[in-house]
Design a protein around this ligand. Structure first.
Ligand SMILES: [Zn+2]
Ligand SMILES: [Zn+2]
Length: 428
């Protein structure tokens, strides 16, 4: 009975706007982007132009600890300071910015030795890009903790500065709570993502499992320093996801949905760069391309994450899940149904170093947690529930390599991550 109730809720959520004429469509978007407002290397209009002309439907500029509001000028003649030096980035990007948008749009002011360029706020430049049903810029911010535990939030009415706390877990919980306070007080459709858990090894699966407000996290982040795959002793982001899903299911907490995002910083330089655009994105299912609809779809798990694989359709009912893959030239696909069974032990043991000291990282769990329940080759795949799964999620892996344009290196195979289905298990 509990299973039926859960699936009815899903169906109700999917059909809540069934009277609306617009069909559900898939919208491609990047949810993690930096410009010269913080530590990106180009002007936001140049970045929005790239995404819009490369097949994206929406883009969030997520600067560190700020919204793109207010009056801001950069002196491109100032000595370089900080990393990356923002004045240098604004100086190098200026000729291309002028070429693309013209002297009437680019606002410059010479004041003695100072050469000031105005950073146009989102509210001004979005008029160049936003187009109903075609492209949408989202208001975003990356709430930036000092030890790598970062949160992206969307549709905020004002910036949220990172709060205090003794541990990354405490601070993430506090920052998510601040987002929730703003969501409730404004009534806006605000949604937050926990970013790159393995950047500076800031967050563990147990951290993500313990914070009820965690609803989305980055399973793939395109920055070259975020350790998506983990290392010899630390779990990768997919393992973190599976452990966190299992522990949350056992604790009666809601699932965590996974996004892929560029975390783009570098737009012009090739070679020694850290994060180029175009490697990880989400495909959101919604009837309309609006900020509220995108945020609601993210909150409800009506999307999937991709680094190249496209999913034509996904169907779930109380007995099974089924997908159709959009074929791409030369690609062979393998679909994995991944989950944890109810009788798999939940106790983990700590990871220790060569001296026997515990390393603060995700514990080691039974291999039955996040195990492959089935693997199917082809353009469609289906899985019938056994009845004792805590959750089932789907990952599709293509034979095509996923190449990071920042380094030219292959960083795995093109993949898609679909959202987990939480199941009721017999003895709970
Ligand atoms: Zn970050
Ligand atoms: Zn970032």
């Amino acid at each position: 009975m509990k299973i039926m109730i859960r699936f009815c809720m899903v169906l109700v959520a999917l059909s809540a706007t069934a009277g609306c004429a617009a069909p559900i469509q898939q919208w491609k978007g990047n949810l993690h982007t930096h410009s010269v407002w913080s530590d990106g290397t180009d002007y936001p209009e140049m970045i929005a132009d790239w995404y819009r002309s490369n097949g994206y439907h929406f883009l969030a500029l997520t600067e560190h600890d700020m919204l793109q509001t207010g009056e801001r000028w950069v002196d491109v003649n100032a000595p370089d300071a900080g990393w990356p030096p923002r004045n240098a980035s604004a100086r190098r990007a200026l000729p291309g910015y002028r070429d693309r948008f013209g002297a009437d749009w680019v606002q410059e002011h010479i004041e003695g030795a100072r050469h000031l360029v105005r950073l146009r706020p989102l509210a001004e430049y979005r008029t160049l890009f936003d187009e109903p049903g075609r492209f949408l810029l989202l208001t975003g911010e990356e709430i930036t903790d000092r030890e790598g535990a970062h949160v992206n939030a969307f549709n905020l009415s004002s910036a949220i500065l990172p709060g205090g706390g003794d541990t990354p877990r405490d601070r993430i919980a506090g920052n998510l709570a601040a987002v929730e306070v703003q969501r409730r007080s404004t009534g806006r459709e605000i949604v937050a993502i926990v970013n790159h858990p393995n950047f500076i090894w800031s967050l563990t699966a147990e951290d993500l499992a313990a914070i009820p407000d965690v609803r989305l996290f980055e399973v793939f982040n395109g920055h070259t320093m975020v350790n998506n795959a983990g290392d010899s002793v630390r779990a990768g982001t997919e393992r973190i996801w599976d452990v966190a899903l299992t522990l949350r299911h056992a604790a009666g907490l809601p699932p965590i949905f996974a996004v892929a995002a560029d975390d783009a910083h570098d737009y012009r330089e090739y070679g020694d760069t850290i994060s180029r655009p175009g490697r990880g994105w989400v495909m959101v299912r919604a009837r309309q391309l609006t900020a509220d609809a995108v945020a609601a779809a993210l909150r409800n798990g009506d999307f999937y994450a991709s680094t190249g694989v496209l999913i034509r359709s996904e169907h779930r009912d109380e007995r099974s899940v089924r997908i159709e893959i959009q074929p791409q030239a030369g690609a062979v696909y393998r679909t994995y149904f991944i989950g944890s069974l109810a009788d798999t032990p939940l106790d983990g043991r700590p990871v220790v170093d060569s001296a026997g000291a515990e390393i603060r990282t995700t514990r080691v769990y039974d291999p039955g947690i996040g195990t492959v329940l089935a693997g199917i080759e082809g353009h469609s795949a289906a899985y019938t529930f056994r009845g004792d799964e805590r959750y089932v999620r789907i990952k599709v892996v293509s034979s095509r390599p996923h190449i990071d344009p920042a380094t030219g290196r292959t960083i795995g195979r093109e993949s898609a991550w679909l959202q987990p289905v939480f199941r009721d298990v017999p003895h709970e």
